[in-house]
Design a protein around this ligand. Structure first.
Ligand code: XMP
Length: 536
């Protein structure tokens, strides 16, 4: 495995070793929010890797295992000998305690959720931080816990720093060796002081330089791309989504006309989307974009197909086919650029992890075949989504485009239940546009934000069932549209959004009045899990 950012050796960085927690990526995000660059790697990296990475500090993540089982993950011994500060979180604390000579025992009960820890003495990690005060005058922190085992004796040289009523040692540290640990999760927003704890660790304790900033990163990335690509030609599949858009803007800044974007319109985009993409990139930024209207080919391949996975596969395969044809015409191209972002890289880097069960096969340009014989360029592979957005704005993309809700690769193909037809897509596009326009223009009084900003993803779904209605004097027998709006941090779990009733009523009225063919609108009030965000 190589070090992802080997090209930027001057930047000081934090190494996060992943013991399998769902939350590990959040640690990296919090550290980067403190403007220090961090990368996540599997817990069992080699000594050579650690030396080459040359971290300013190391963070051990949480994980699902118990250190009391013999075949569970352990920290590479070099971590404790490397001479930089180490912070263990949850399993990371337990494994630190176990490996350095402390005692870990089964807890009396599994602790999961909110807890209040008392800070029991001076702590280099927790000093000055406080949410409230205990009855006996100690500082307390509101935290989020998720663990079964507890530490009953700290290793030699450590002192306990905090406790809860059920956990006598919720934190420990050895300031001489600069080893720190907490049993709770500072990386989640449910721990209000969590970001401050991680910031203090990386800035004060590790002494890392806070130089991770998107404006500066853009300049570095531009220089790197120029050096890598020279005067060769690049092609990029531009979807109009945030990642490919920002990749296009970055590459265009770096190498201008050596970039050609191929925009494949599969006929399943949102209302006016193709025009907007062309206006932003071709007209406004002056990027070379080949617009391929392939809607006929996609829709004819989809005719009669009702199974969601079969639809996804057809759309994915057809996309590759169309793109390949266009790419084949650009005989000078030597590079294929993709908008791969850091979370995709981390997931595929996690060796030794059980493959996550496939719930839906996601269609991404990642499936483009190697037969194109092009070198791969992934200019965003170090960045989290929020960093990609920030970079997009710095590169001059409209905030409205960069802060758009995510849109699935197969587009309306998975929002038209059952068979995908052009007439269904046309109805759905109009209904969806009414919902989105209303969300954008309805401002919540309490927060001053629009409901578009207050939701993470919102869209309309076409239900190919007819129901009876009445309009004027006549009876109607027309299709149903479902509205979906969710709030979520990570799209793995989501709540349905409590949109104001007036907003829903307004959208429903407009859709039924303006979109002939729809006479009923329903609102989806299912959470994820058990429902997914998309209906297919
Ligand atoms: P689900 O429906 O699985 O969606 O709860 C979670 C997030 O993933 C998006 N999604 C997709 N994105 N190709 C994509 O690129 C797909 O096939 C696909 N299916 C779902 C969905 O919009 C949501 O943001």
């Amino acid at each position: 495995m190589s070090v992802d950012s080997a090209n930027a050796p001057l930047r000081e960085r934090i190494l996060i070793l992943d013991f399998g927690s769902q939350l590990t990526q959040l640690i990296a995000r919090r550290v980067r929010e403190a403007h220090v660059y961090a990368e996540v790697h599997p817990f069992d990296v080699s000594d050579d890797f650690i030396r080459e990475f040359d971290p300013k500090g190391i963070i051990l993540s949480g994980g699902p295992d118990s250190v009391r089982d013999s075949d569970t993950p352990r920290v590479p011994p070099l971590v404790f000998e490397f001479g930089v500060p180490v912070l263990g979180i949850c399993y990371g604390m337990q494994v630190m305690a176990a490996q350095l000579g402390g005692r870990v025992e089964p807890g009396d009960l599994r602790e999961y959720g909110h807890a209040q820890v008392c800070i029991d003495g001076p702590s280099a990690l927790l000093d000055g931080l406080q949410d409230a005060q205990s009855a006996d005058g100690r500082r307390t922190l509101d935290v989020w816990m998720s663990h079964a085992d507890k530490i009953t004796a700290v290793p030699a040289g450590f002192v306990p720093t905090s406790s809860t009523p059920s956990v006598p040692i919720a934190g420990m540290e050895n300031t001489l060796r600069r080893f720190f640990a907490v049993l709770f999760h500072p990386e989640v927003t449910h721990t209000p002081q969590g970001a401050a704890i991680l910031e203090r660790f990386v800035l004060k304790i590790c002494g890392a330089r806070p130089d991770w900033e998107m404006g500066q990163y853009a300049d570095e990335a531009v220089a790197r791309i120029r050096e890598q690509v020279g005067n060769e030609q690049i092609i990029l599949a531009l979807s109009g989504g945030v990642d490919s858009s920002v990749a296009a803007a970055l590459l265009h800044r770096a190498i201008g006309d050596q970039l050609t974007c191929v925009f494949v319109d599969h006929g399943l985009l949102r209302l006016n989307e193709a025009e907007q993409v062309m206006a932003t990139f071709a007209d406004h930024l002056g990027v070379k974009v080949i617009h391929v209207d392939a809607s006929g080919a996609f829709l004819s391949k989809l005719a009669g197909v009702t199974d969601p996975e079969a639809k996804r596969k057809i759309i994915g395969a057809e996309f590759v086919e169309v793109f390949q044809q266009e790419a084949g015409k650009l005989t000078d191209a030597r590079w294929l650029a993709q908008g791969t972002i850091y979370p995709d890289v981390i997931e595929s880097a996690g060796k030794g992890k059980k493959a996550a069960q496939t719930i839906k096969s996601h269609h991404n340009v990642g499936g483009l075949p190697e037969t194109l014989n092009l070198k791969l360029l992934e200019p965003l592979r170090e960045l989290f989504k929020d960093e990609v957005r920030e970079l997009g704005v710095k590169l001059g993309l409209p905030a409205e485009m960069v802060y758009r809700h995510p849109f699935p690769g197969p587009g309306l193909g998975v929002r038209i239940l059952g068979e995908v037809r052009r007439d269904f897509a046309d109805l759905l596009r109009r209904a969806d546009a009414i919902l989105i326009e209303t969300l954008r223009t309805t401002i919540d009084k309490e927060t001053g934000k629009s409901w578009y900003e207050l939701t993470s993803q919102a869209f309309a779904v076409f239900l190919p069932v007819k129901s009876v209605g009445v309009m004027g004097d006549g009876r109607t027998y027309e299709y149903v549209v479902a509205l979906r709006a969710v709030q979520t941090q990570d799209f793995m779990t989501a709540h349905w959004a409590h949109l104001p009733h007036e907003l829903l009523g307004h959208v429903s009225n407009r859709i039924i009045n303006e979109v002939r063919g729809i006479n009923r609108v329903v609102y989806d009030i299912s959470g994820k899990p058990p429902a997914t965000i998309e209906w297919e």
